[in-house]
Design a protein around this ligand. Structure first.
Ligand code: CU
Length: 115
């Protein structure tokens, strides 16, 4: 019985903790390397998850503007998503193999352009 009560106490504590961390939409802006409209489409597509309410990347400034649910996800997790499809960020670099498979116009490391 004692064990059961302490189990309940733990559960109660855990649930009150999750109540305290209510999700809210926060905005952020961060740089992602890229070149063109195809990069834009790729980057905005990879940000399309339910925790992201808004995502827009500017090919001239290279800035990604997002509105996302915090603390459900983090900016770092979004930077990671960008790196996974071949785009470098300050935090995560894309795999060379993934980068090499990008269309020629998107190869921002070798030929930075904005067209
Ligand atoms: Cu591109």
């Amino acid at each position: 019985m004692k064990k059961l009560i302490s189990l309940f106490a733990v559960l109660l504590f855990a649930s009150s903790f999750s109540y305290a961390q209510e999700s809210k939409v926060v905005e952020a802006e961060f740089k992602i390397s890229g070149n063109c409209g195809m990069c834009k489409a790729r980057l905005e597509k990879v940000m399309k998850i339910k925790e992201v309410k808004f995502a827009k990347w500017d090919k001239t400034t290279k800035l990604m503007k997002v509105a996302y649910l915090s603390p459900d996800i983090t900016v770092d997790s979004l930077k990671h998503r960008a790196a996974e499809v071949g785009h470098d960020t300050d935090k995560f670099k894309a795999d060379d193999a993934v980068y090499a498979k990008l269309p020629k116009c998107c190869l921002y490391r070798d030929n930075p352009t904005t067209h």
